[in-house]
Design a protein around this ligand. Structure first.
Ligand code: GAL
Length: 655
């Protein structure tokens, strides 16, 4: 049985006290609950108080402005970088097109700022009521629990501040609930980025000292010291990264009527400081050690679970593969599906599963199967892995296709690999899709390959991305893969759709916002930066080895001009494909022009015409939209209303 986490109870807890969402339309400094419920009632007994506490988490699980990257199929974090793209019509439905086309502004930007400050406000409100309610005196909770709840709020507030910092750069620090009649002139302005980092890190340290290192399965999702240490490592990595460590592209970004103690009006330092990498490294070391000991976290391996459920013959790999290789493919699918009580202890911070089935459907191919009703069941086919993603997964030898001395030469990548057709189109599989690493086969759907193992009433879909009446481009719908590829990440590996159109064999797992693998790659990045070559290679290889990929060796450094740092960055591209991390990675590395500039987003020639020929389809092609990059996109615009309400708040450059 799948067990989930506290987010499954959020709705219930929040409904009971009706606090949730009540502040959504307000300014972030207004943290007044809705009139109809007296906030004091929320502290009446243990259950209401716990429900109130859970409601403070709800802001992190919001799909539209809550920074929930994992499996949020329309979010700009997932669909405006260079690993996955949606159909253009979908991007236009939400905020993604405004990023892709550089038309985002302080007027039309979604209010992540206000949303997350509302989360902080809810935590402050909780703490205020906790002070007043006398729960310990009344014997409702113990003094230990009281201490833990306070630390939990501290950790959660630090997290919300981090989330705002990562998106907007320097932030206002909100530590206390402002009085309702506070004049605008007393609202806090933005603090120097490095000051914000110190505040977040100190707050996390304080919280960690009072929090348990792990939770029971039913309590997962709640803050732990392990989560605090992981967020600390993320925060310090961000601080050491070029965007905030000497390479911020604007010279004139300053406060006007607000100062940071010790920093004056400066907001982002433009001087490189190597010691920021040492600090991030120390945090990564601490986070990994803690996670693997007290936190009981481990890199997921899960082969037993695989073997109990699936016959390896069900896994199709072009040209064949060993059982070990196929098991690795399945392991990388289960990684995003298996829960804690199924032996997956990789998740460090999790959030709810809400919306995952929609995400799956958005990825599913078209024309999956005929239903009993006579209708043909079609997914939306709209999560399109880009050619960048496809060409940056490793080869079976552990290189990139472009620098693997044994891989098919680039001039022949898009030609048929000449595999026997088997009556299901295998002969259309191109060279680029043969002899790749397990993660490529786990997560990418390509012409001539299989989608899923059992989705179509126990069978895979043999993908035909050319035929308009099968999975190919069809002008009668807006649901077409823009790149000619499909995404298989996050799919329940054994799920079937029955002819009655019911889903069988799955339960929505919780989503890992931070998993242990990330800490290894954070550490590898610090080590690479500090010239600790052996250590960086070792950490990258923890990730590669689990994925069933060939290890990185010293001899590979320099291959095709790739430095050690390039290899570490590429490992993030592979491992975190479609996990929304690339969005911030490109920004913190100040690589917007390089990867997201005009004409950079490419796929196969999937949108040119219906029923293209093999040669017409298999051609690297720029997406037919003016997707572009501008430096102002490094930091997100603060919505106009938030800036207007607070005279101390300066807008980000370019907006
Ligand atoms: C819906 C539409 C679907 C699909 C989806 C994508 O509005 O009905 O066909 O395009 O949007 O989010």
């Amino acid at each position: 049985m799948k067990l989930k986490n506290i987010f499954n109870r959020l709705v219930l807890g929040a409904a009971a006290i009706s606090l949730l969402g009540g502040t959504a339309a307000c300014n972030y400094l207004d943290v007044v609950p809705p009139e109809q419920v007296k906030v004091e009632d929320a502290m009446e007994n243990y259950n209401t108080a716990l429900g109130f506490l859970y409601s403070c988490y709800a802001f992190s699980a919001n799909n539209s402005v809550g920074e929930l990257p994992y499996g949020n199929y329309l979010s700009e974090m997932n669909t405006t970088a260079d690993d996955v793209l949606n159909p253009h019509a979908w991007a236009s439905d939400g905020g993604a097109a405004a990023i892709l086309l550089n038309t985002i502004s302080a007027q039309n930007a979604p209010d992540y700022w206000g949303h997350n400050y509302n989360g902080i406000g809810q935590c402050l409100l909780f703490l205020e009521q906790l002070d007043k309610a006398g729960l310990v005196e009344r014997g409702v909770i113990t003094a230990d629990m009281d201490r833990e709840w306070r630390a939990e709020m501290k950790a959660l507030m630090a997290y919300y501040h981090f989330v705002i910092l990562r998106r907007y750069g320097p932030i206002a620090i909100l530590e206390e609930k402002l009085p309702l009649d506070a004049p605008q002139s007393s609202f806090p302005g933005r603090y120097h980025f490095d000051y914000c980092v110190d505040w977040i890190v100190n707050t996390l340290d304080e919280a960690a000292a009072e929090l348990p290192a792990k939770r029971d399965v039913a309590q997962m999702g709640r803050m732990t010291s392990t989560i605090c240490k992981a967020i600390k490592a993320q925060t310090l990595l961000l601080a050491a990264s070029p965007l905030y460590n000497g390479s911020f592209p604007y010279t004139d970004f300053k406060n006007t009527n607000w100062e940071t103690p010790g920093y004056g009006q400066e907001l982002i330092s433009r001087t490189y400081d190597a010691s920021k990498w040492n600090r991030a490294l120390a945090a990564a070391n601490e986070a990994i050690d803690w996670a693997e000991t007290r936190g009981d976290r481990a890199i997921y391996r899960g082969d037993e679970y695989i073997n109990a459920n699936i016959n390896l013959d069900e896994v199709y790999i072009p040209g064949g593969a060993s059982d070990e290789f196929k098991a690795a493919v399945l392991r990388m699918r289960y990684l995003h599906y298996a829960c804690e009580n199924e032996g997956n202890r990789e998740a460090i911070m999790t959030t709810g599963a809400g919306g995952l089935t929609t995400q799956w459907f958005a990825s599913f191919p078209k024309k999956i199967m005929q239903l009993n009703s006579g209708t043909m069941l079609s997914g939306y086919s709209g999560q399109g892995p880009t050619l960048f993603a496809v060409t940056h997964f490793l080869t079976a030898n552990g290189y990139l296709p472009e620098n693997d001395p044994k891989f098919t030469p680039e001039a022949e990548w898009f030609e048929s690999a000449g595999l026997p057709d088997e009556g299901v189109g295998r002969s259309r599989i191109i060279n680029l899709h043969v002899a790749r690493e397990p993660r490529f086969y786990a997560w990418i759907g390509f012409d001539g390959g299989d989608y899923s193992l059992r989705i179509a009433n126990g069978q895979p879909v043999h993908l035909n991305m050319l035929d308009k009446d099968l999975q190919g481009y069809n002008t009668s719908t807006r649901d077409n893969s823009p790149t000619g590829y499909l995404c298989q990440k996050f799919m329940p590996p054994t799920m079937q759709i029955a002819p009655t159109n019911t889903y069988v064999g799955y339960v929505g797992p919780s989503r890992a916002v931070i998993r242990l693998a990330e800490l290894y790659l954070i550490r590898a990045e610090c080590e690479a930066q500090l010239g600790m070559t052996d250590e960086a290679i070792r950490d990258v290889n923890v990730i590669r080895e689990r994925a069933g990929a060939q290890p990185l060796t010293t001899a590979m450094i320099g291959a095709g001009g790739m430095t050690l740092m390039d290899w570490v960055k590429n490992e993030r591209v592979c491992e975190f494909f479609n996990e929304g991390k690339r969005y911030f990675d490109i920004r913190r590395w100040v690589e917007g022009d390089k990867y997201l500039g005009l004409g950079k987003r490419m796929g196969l020639n999937a949108l040119a015409k219906e029923n293209p020929s093999f040669e017409e389809f298999n051609k690297p092609t720029r997406l037919p939209y003016n997707y572009t990059w501008a430096n102002k996109l490094y930091l997100y615009p603060i919505q106009y209303g938030d800036v207007y309400a607070n005279p101390q708040l300066v807008q980000n450059p370019g907006f």
